[in-house]
Structure formats: C-alpha cells, structure tokens
Ligand binder design. Structure first.
Ligand code: UN1
Length: 491
C-alpha cells in the first residue's frame, strides 16, 4: 500500500500528528492508498513555505510561469488514459467521464497559460497634459484553495492555473474522498517545474485543515467549491478577516422542455444532464420542467431510456452510470429518496440502492425519477445524486416561475424551437449559465463559470474572468510634465 505525505516546500512530509487516513474505491471498497492527515500545525508550515516563496515567484516572469502550466498540461495529455482511470477508480465516474475530467484540466491549463502573455491592464488618457495612466495586475499573495471530489482534476486546475499564472503562492486542501488524484496532480506540477514552496498541499479534514487555511492571517484570498453549508462557513470566517473569497456552491438546475421541442433530443439531454457523473455535478439536471402538452410523451420516452442505462463498474466502457462517491454520499441520496416517497411524489423508476453482486461492495443508487409537485423538498434541495424530479407546467411563464423558485442559480436549460422564447429564457432564467437545446452540464473552459443567488458570491471561474479572483489591480499615474499638476482643481 502506498503512503503519501503532505507537500510542503517542495518535500513530501508526514503530518505533524503522524495521523493518516485512507481512500477507498467507491466501486469495490478496495483501499487505494493512505495519506497524511494534516491539521493546523501543518497548515502553518505550508503557509510559511508559501510566504518564503512568494517574492521570488512573483518576480518570475508571467510567460515563464505559464510555461510550467503548459508542461503540466502536456504531461497530463501524455498520461491521459492512466489519469482518467485513476479518477474513475477513486471517484467512481464512468471512464469516458474520468478522461473528460482530465481533458477539462488540460484544456483549461492550456487556455489559462495564455494569460502569461496577457494579464492585460488598461491604458487611458489623463485629464492633465504629460501624464500617463494605466492599470497593472498584481498577485494577491498567498491564496488558499479548497476543492471538491466530483472533478478531482478539472476543478483544482480551474483554481491552481489562474492563481499560479498571476504569481500567487498557494496552500491547497483537496477533498478527502479523492486525495490520490490530488497527490498525482501535485506530482505533475512539480515535475513540470514548479519551484518549492509555490504550491503546498495539506490533505486532511475540512474542520481542521480547511478552517485553518480560511483563518490564517497570511492567506489573503480563499477559493472554495463545495456545499452551501461549508461555503457559508468559509465566507463567514474569511469575510470577518476581510479576505477575498470566491465561492462556487450548489445547484438545483432545471431543464425546461416546451411543447414545440425536439423530444428525442430533449430526452437524450436530460439523460446525460441528470444521470451523467451519477448526478454528482453542481451543474447536474435535477428538475425536468415539462409543458403539459408533451408531458406524457416525454416522460414515457425518458423512463424507457432510463431503464436501459447500464449501471455498474465505471471502468467498463459499456457502463452508463457508476457508483456514487462514498457512504455519506449514498446515505444522503437514500435519505432524499425516502423524503420524496414520504412527500407523496410518484416514483416512476429507480428509487433504491442496488444490492447483490457486483453492487454490494460499492455504493450504487438506481437512476431515479419522481413525478413531483413544485415545492416538495426534492424539487428544492440539492441532492447531488442520480435523482430527477419531473414537474408539469401549463406554459412558458409557469416554467420559468418554477425554474426560478429555488435558492440556487447555477445552470439552466430550455428546449424549444421558438426563438422568442429561447431569448426570453436567456433574459429571465435566474442562473449563471443558460443552455438552449442542450443539457445543463458540460460547460466549456474558455467561458466564465459560476452562479447567482446561493450558488455563489459573484465570482466566475474559468474563462476570461478566471484571473480576477487571483489578482489585485493597481492603478498607476505617471507625471512626466516636471511640474506639480493637480487633478480636479481649477487653475
Ligand atoms: C462541477 O460540477 O463542479 O459544466 C463542475 C460542467 C463541467 C464542470 C462541472 N464542465 O458540467
């Protein structure tokens, strides 16, 4: 069994307490490796390393910093098959999606490396003669990154990439369900040439490692992806210390299907949106809002396609849906299945844990569809599993009203051929992302990603906005008149 340490100042070291934890395959229960369990003392050491490295890293030219990201992307491309399998073994998503996770990380590192030769500021005329005005982007300093288990390569790269190219040093805490992916990613970045102390990783529980990162006075910004409850805690603690915080949290993403839609396209869309990654994406479709005229046809089509999904070993390329990621995750989903049944939602397919061989060793939940009434808990709360609530509406207006009546606003989708209603949906759906005639999942890395309402606090990851979370803007005035010139003062 391989045992991994914490990564501090370019060295793999045991935790101060000597405690360890393990990661298990959600498919077979096999223990994959053990990891150092960090706490406040280890975070302190990681911050010291990041502090020591920060001035040199900041002075290293941005295009050179970007080259390291490009090398990491090439190592990942070369090892894509193996890394995809690693994601699948540790996290449980099916192998095509495991490789997709790695591909998303590669795509994004390549994209953000371009910032090394941009990091654009503005130049603008002065109101005074012989005076020049501009802005430059500068690193924030030491940033804390806290990442989830559902995209163990892509989401850490969304944060690490812009933080590094902008010249920050990092203390990184990955999710405790996928530390093997995290260790591998750090090894790749080290191999790509990242100097010691620039990236430090502390594995261990959120309550100790995460909180210590959020509360450390030298860490000036925190970027977090995870649940609303944890995000709220991060925000509360960090904002009391006046830190910059980027939050990307839950979703209750709707797919609306109007009566003029291409129904077979809409069925394939919701199948991928709701049951891809076993529903464990923050962009997953968890509500299907159907126009009453096509309700029966669409539901019938969807039920038969859902029943034909193959559930099982995610490494098998023929499998459609793998296990959910761990016991807590499974328990939460099963609890929501009971809640749905108790609330009187009509269970039309699925609804149980799968048992028997080969399911007993892992955490397998059937893809589940409820006919629900808007307002039931299963239509409002994030489940983060393969559970879809179908809601009937009379028209476009009611569809949008229902879609918007939740606390979240990450992704959204509408299937229609009516161009006016498609454009109205872009205006009216309360979400950071709207898809027309495509499922709620599958955002591309060169566009901003994030949500409104309780999904986030206004930051956008990826795309052209990615570096905003990790840079300070300095405004510069250069007076070359040789005289004292006074802005705003009448002469
Ligand atoms: C997430 O679930 O946290 O848009 C990220 C998508 C993926 C990213 C999801 N590109 O579904």
């Amino acid at each position: 069994m391989k045992a991994y340490g914490l990564y501090i100042d370019g060295q793999w070291v045991p935790s101060a307490s000597g405690r360890t934890f393990e990661t298990k395959s959600p498919t077979t229960g096999e223990v994959l490796a053990t990891f150092a369990e960090g706490d406040r003392t280890d975070v302190q050491k990681a911050v010291e390393a990041a502090y020591k490295a920060r001035l040199k890293w900041r002075a290293f030219p941005a295009p050179k910093r970007a080259e390291i990201l490009l090398s990491a992307a090439s190592i990942m491309s070369r090892r894509k098959q193996e890394l995809g399998r690693l994601v699948t073994r540790e996290m449980g998503k099916v192998i095509s999606e495991g490789k997709g996770d790695v591909q998303e990380a590669i795509d994004f590192l390549q994209y953000i490396a371009g910032e090394g030769r941009r990091l654009f500021g503005e130049t603008t005329p002065s109101e005074l003669p012989r005076k020049f005005c501009m802005t430059v982007r500068q690193p924030i300093g030491i940033v804390g990154l806290i990442t989830p288990w559902n995209f163990p390569f892509a989401v850490p790269c969304w944060k690490l990439g812009p933080a590094l190219v902008s010249g920050n040093t990092i203390v990184y805490k990955p999710a405790s369900l996928t530390p093997l992916c995290a260790v591998t990613l750090v090894e790749i970045l080290a191999e790509a040439g990242l100097p010691p102390g620039v990236l430090n990783m502390v594995t261990g529980p959120s309550a100790r490692v995460g909180t210590s990162i959020v509360e450390h006075p030298h860490i000036k910004a925190v970027s977090f992806t995870g649940s609303v409850a944890s995000g709220r805690d991060v925000y509360t603690r960090a904002s009391a210390l006046l830190k910059r915080v980027g939050l990307e949290m839950g979703g209750k993403n709707p797919q609306i299907v109007l009566d003029d839609a291409d129904l077979s396209l809409a069925v394939e869309g919701v199948l991928f949106g709701a049951f891809g990654t076993a529903g464990q994406r923050c962009t997953a479709t968890s509500r299907l809002i159907l126009h009453e005229k096509i309700y029966d046809d669409m539901l019938q089509g969807l039920i038969s396609r859902t029943r034909s999904l193959k559930i099982g070993d995610p490494l098998d390329p023929l499998t459609d849906v793998g296990p959910v990621c761990g016991r807590d995750q499974e328990e939460k989903i099963l609890r929501y299945l009971s809640i749905g049944k108790e609330e009187g939602a009509n269970l039309v397919t699925g609804g149980s844990k799968l048992t028997g061989d080969p399911y007993d060793k892992g955490f397998f939940v059937e893809p589940t569809i409820f006919e629900a009434c808007h307002g039931m808990r299963i239509t409002k709360e994030e489940i983060f599993g393969p559970v879809l609530s179908v809601i009937k509406v009379r028209d476009y207006e009611e569809a949008v009203r229902v879609a918007n009546d939740v606390e979240y606003g990450l992704s959204s989708s509408i299937y229609t051929r009516n161009i006016e209603l498609a454009f109205r949906a872009i205006d009216e759906l309360e979400a950071g992302i709207t898809y027309i005639n495509a499922p709620t999942i599958g955002a591309e890395v060169h566009l901003p990603f994030g949500g409104v309402k309780n999904t986030g606090n206004g930051t956008r990851e990826a795309g052209s906005t990615a570096i905003d979370e990790f840079t300070e803007i300095k405004t510069v005035f250069i007076d070359y008149s040789g005289t004292l010139q006074k802005a705003q003062i009448d002469e």
